[in-house]
Design a protein around this ligand. Structure first.
Ligand code: AMP
Length: 481
């Protein structure tokens, strides 16, 4: 099937071409016909399979540009709402259709202006949509079509009341779409309550795509510090770019601080971050300007970073479904991806549940030893420093003279380690606000076997990994076993 034979209006064909889409993805081809016939849809399709356009195309093909909202699309996170809004805006433009995005965490004014200007489609998160509706700044009475993106989450306890309240404010829903990668049997009752004889499109969403995504678990010591194992995983995997998922905000903070302190290009994403920073950091990942993103599950759903080669589950999620959603950030649109988990004996039952439920087996990988890790890390940092040195044409004579003396000094190791420490400290202020990791129980400073240097400084030199080249395609994995 092609977009032409699907029956898209010519202006929408222009829109898909402008997005660079050549032919419809399966979910788009399967949904368009029934949606155009006015049917309700319940669609289960894996993440990254083109779901946004699957509901956007039939909506845009049916909506008239009146300036009064007739379509409402709801999503669970601000980032997802913005992403959906972006697609609708881009595809709808040639047809003169306008969309506004409303979400919490930012002021009302700009969103009010957008709504006042007259829009045809409103996208948003439930809380803020409800606020606008209650203040009378958004009239829901004209809405006739509703989309619940990430529907299982929208119908879970956290959102259900708000979503119901919004739906009750709509006079007549003529068409409703529910889209998600996972749809739990438990929500079937809610679905039959809200929808009329829906068409079910099931593209095996509730499973891990084993052909494209390698699922790997590194076995880590129960008593060893998990964060140190993460460094070994990063050195072993050398993913280029990755999202590192943690179960709590507190863990994202300590992990980010720890990695940045050691020169990794890591940024944090959790719900404590101001909205503007949340958007900026995702954009940096999309643009390839940020290598590592340490995130809570606010990044687990829907977010589309096309080329992300790897997802790391620093903590295995308590909820098995989250494994699918998090993992779905890699291997988008038929690309290959890698999902790496840190697995201790304590997590074994979680792992078994994931493996059983999704019929997969995570390949077990062995963590490199501490010595191997430090060696890989040191060699990489030296490589990066050399690259920097190549680009720095003049190093003053005085510095060369100091260096010459240092390397023959009996305390050379301590002195160089101290310089590296200061060099890395200077780099920890970039890339979002995280407190210093001095509060983190830093194992490299307290445990034996890491070669506390004679000067009493427990750190080995760790030159920075400040983006020593493009991450795309840097997927070499030295030391992987
Ligand atoms: P989604 O599942 O909606 O998050 O989409 C995943 C990715 O697929 C996004 O980067 C879209 O831009 C891309 N995409 C959607 N439809 C198509 C298509 N027909 N051809 C190529 N890429 C597409």
């Amino acid at each position: 099937m092609t977009f032409e034979t699907m029956g898209l209006p010519p202006w929408l064909l222009d829109g898909v071409r402008a997005m660079g889409f050549e032919r419809p993805m399966e979910v788009q081809a399967r949904c368009f016909g029934p949606a155009m016939d006015g049917r309700d849809l319940v669609v289960q399709s894996r993440t990254g399979s083109g779901k946004t356009a699957a509901f956007t195309l039939p909506l845009l093909a049916q909506v008239k540009p009146t300036g009064i909202p007739t379509v409402l699309a709801l999503g669970p996170t601000r980032e997802l709402a913005l992403q959906v809004h972006g697609v609708i805006e881009q595809l709808g433009k040639p047809g003169g259709l306008r969309s506004a995005c409303t979400y919490g965490g930012t002021g009302f004014t700009a969103q009010l202006e957008a709504l006042h200007d007259g829009v045809d489609i409103v996208v948003g998160t439930p809380g803020r949509i409800l606020d606008h509706a209650r203040r009378g700044t958004l009239k829901l009475s004209g809405i006739t079509r509703v989309v619940l993106d990430e529907a299982d989450e929208m119908l879970s306890a956290g959102f259900y009341e708000d979503v119901r309240a919004i739906l009750r404010m709509i006079r007549k829903i003529e068409q409703m779409f529910l889209f998600s990668a996972t749809i739990e049997p438990g929500i079937e009752n809610l679905i039959s309550d809200m929808m009329v004889d829906p068409v079910h499109v099931n593209l095996s969403g509730d499973r891990v795509d084993v052909d494209r995504i390698e699922n790997v678990a590194y076995l880590i010591e129960e008593e060893g510090p998990r964060i140190r194992s993460l460094v070994s995983v990063l050195e072993s995997e050398d993913p280029g770019a990755a999202i590192i998922f943690c179960n709590t905000r507190k863990t994202t903070e300590s992990v980010t601080a720890y990695l940045r302190r050691r020169g990794y290009d890591a940024a944090i994403l959790n719900s404590d971050l101001p909205q503007k920073q949340r958007e900026a950091v995702i954009q940096r990942m999309r643009d390839g300007r940020q290598n590592l993103l340490v995130a809570t599950d606010i990044a687990a759903r829907g977010i589309d970073i096309s080329f992300l080669p790897c997802v790391i589950h620093f903590d295995l999620p308590d909820d098995t479904q989250q494994y699918i959603h998090r993992t779905g950030r890699t291997g988008r649109v038929d690309r290959r991806g890698r999902a790496v988990s840190l697995l201790s004996a304590r997590n074994l039952h979680n792992l078994k549940r994931i493996e059983y439920r999704y019929g997969i087996k995570l390949e077990r990988a062995q963590l490199p030893s501490r010595e191997e890790t430090l060696k890989m890390l040191a060699l990489r940092r030296i490589r990066e420093l050399k690259e920097k040195a190549d680009c720095q044409p003049v190093i003053p004579d005085e510095f060369q003279a100091i260096a010459k003396e240092i390397i023959t000094d009996p305390d050379a190791e301590t002195l160089v380690a101290m310089l590296v420490d200061q060099y890395l400290s200077a780099g920890t202020t970039a890339g979002g606000s995280v407190s210093s990791d001095r509060g983190y129980d830093d194992p490299t400073r307290t445990e034996s076997g890491d070669g506390a240097s004679p000067g009493g400084h427990g750190e080995r030199p760790r030159p920075p990994r400040k983006d020593g080249g493009s991450r795309r395609g840097s997927g070499g994995r030295p030391g992987r076993r």
